[in-house]
Design a binder for this molecule. Structure first.
Ligand SMILES: Nc1ncnc2c1ncn2[C@@H]1O[C@H](COP(=O)(O)OP(=O)(O)OP(=O)(O)O)[C@@H](O)[C@H]1O
Ligand SMILES: [Mg+2]
Length: 376
């Protein structure tokens, strides 16, 4: 069955010669979203492009009745995705919490793309995020010339999401200063944003909701106030539960990224990926995968996201300076960079791990040599 292109999920102009380096999820996966929308006959909440079931299928992957394959975006417990999607259909906002690199940003982008067809309404939280980024600002030329008016008002992404009934994303919520965070309370509980300068308010229309992400490691930087926390349903994204799951995630993402960078596909890359993931997991867990040897953990997070960049970097090395086959020598420097964050303490941890674990491991001689070479 040929599916006509739904204007709600438009492909970026095909004839455009300059392709974006990283297309938004709704463009990169427009074909899947369109196929889902065409075959989705379940009820959709107001202004949702898809039903909650179809949004979950988009995230977790599956095969549609007509045979269209939906690739998994998130690999993890189904229930987590179901709870996240359902939350967005209620009047509570969604908070994705987890250690770095557990796909919080990634899931929030795909949720916004699938629910609203647009993942670009985004507030990036930093220590310097001003209240205007959450509420509204002013076009000062207009303001000075004509005084406060609707035309002089510059809506924030949150305000736009409210008036258009869409999903807005707030990244790194706990990095935002507490008083600025609190401007979300009225928005999330009363679903309104007062504009006292105009004696007006902007009311959220149905379909509006908010997905925030926060990093576990930032806890205590700007703790969420309990008033704000109550407005959120918190979903914790876990680290991948098994080596196989993590290898699968890394392999899929590396393949996607490699294609967007026009790198040749690595034929036997998966063995090398398994070694990178094994090293990261063992150092993270503080114990070898056979449970026999305790190892010290370095200060870095060694997340899945970092494994993805190490392997992508290795593939680029293999493609440009090798024979295109990913080998231990291509990933060794990347691993060293990820593991040794603190030049003194982490280097000792790494050397100990190399000598006690990697050196003894059957079939890892090339890997041991490559790591020794870059470790100096
Ligand atoms: N369980 C998973 N399923 C699919 N992809 C994953 C998973 N875990 C990590 N990734 C991949 O890791 C990469 C980084 O994820 P992302 O940037 O969303 O992490 P994050 O949790 O927002 O980290 P940070 O706290 O540093 O912001 C993404 O490319 C994503 O595809
Ligand atoms: Mg993030």
């Amino acid at each position: 069955m040929s599916v006509s292109v739904d204007p709600l999920f438009p492909e970026p102009a095909q004839q455009q010669s300059a392709q974006p380096l990283r297309p938004h999820a709704e463009h990169a996966f427009a074909t899947e979203l369109t196929a889902l929308a065409a075959q989705d006959d379940r009820p959709r909440p107001a202004r949702w492009k898809l039903s909650p079931w179809a949004v979950a299928t988009y995230l977790l992957g599956g095969t549609l009745p007509d045979g269209t394959v939906i690739t998994p975006k998130y690999v993890g417990p189904r229930r987590i995705v179901e709870v996240a999607v359902t939350t967005l259909a209620t009047d509570r906002a969604l908070l994705l919490l987890g250690v770095p690199g557990t796909a919080k940003t990634w899931v929030s982008e795909h949720l916004a793309a699938a629910v609203s067809g647009d993942s670009t309404l985004l507030v990036q939280g930093t220590a310097g995020t001003p209240e205007e980024a959450i509420r509204y600002g002013w076009n000062y030329a207009q303001l000075l010339a004509n005084g406060p008016s609707r035309a002089a008002l510059v809506p924030s992404p949150v305000m736009r999401a409210m008036t258009e009934g869409r999903t807005v994303r707030v990244e790194e919520l706990t990095r935002i200063p507490a008083d600025v965070q609190d401007s979300l309370i009225t928005i999330l509980s009363e679903k309104t944003l007062p504009v006292p300068e105009l004696g007006e308010e902007v009311q959220a229309v149905r379909g509006f909701n908010l997905v925030a992400t926060a990093n576990d490691r930032d806890r205590g930087v700007n703790e969420l106030s309990s008033a704000l926390r109550r407005r959120f349903n918190t979903v914790v994204l876990p680290l991948p539960e098994s080596v196989e799951a993590e290898v699968g995630i890394v392999a899929r993402r590396v393949d996607q990224i490699g294609r967007s960078l026009d790198l040749p596909a690595a034929p036997d890359g998966v063995d090398e990926i398994r070694r990178v993931v094994t090293v990261f997991r063992e150092l993270r867990d503080g114990i070898t995968s056979d449970g026999r040897t305790k190892v010290k953990s370095p200060s870095g997070t060694l997340s899945t996201a970092e494994a993805i960049s190490v392997v992508t970097g290795g593939l680029a090395l293999a493609a440009h300076f090798g024979d295109g086959v990913l080998r231990a020598g291509d990933v060794a420097a990347g691993i060293l960079g990820a593991v040794v964050r603190d030049p003194a303490a982490d280097r000792v941890v790494w050397q100990e791990y190399l000598e006690a674990v990697v050196r003894e491991r059957h079939g890892w001689t090339d890997f041991y040599r490559a790591c020794r070479e870059v470790s100096g």
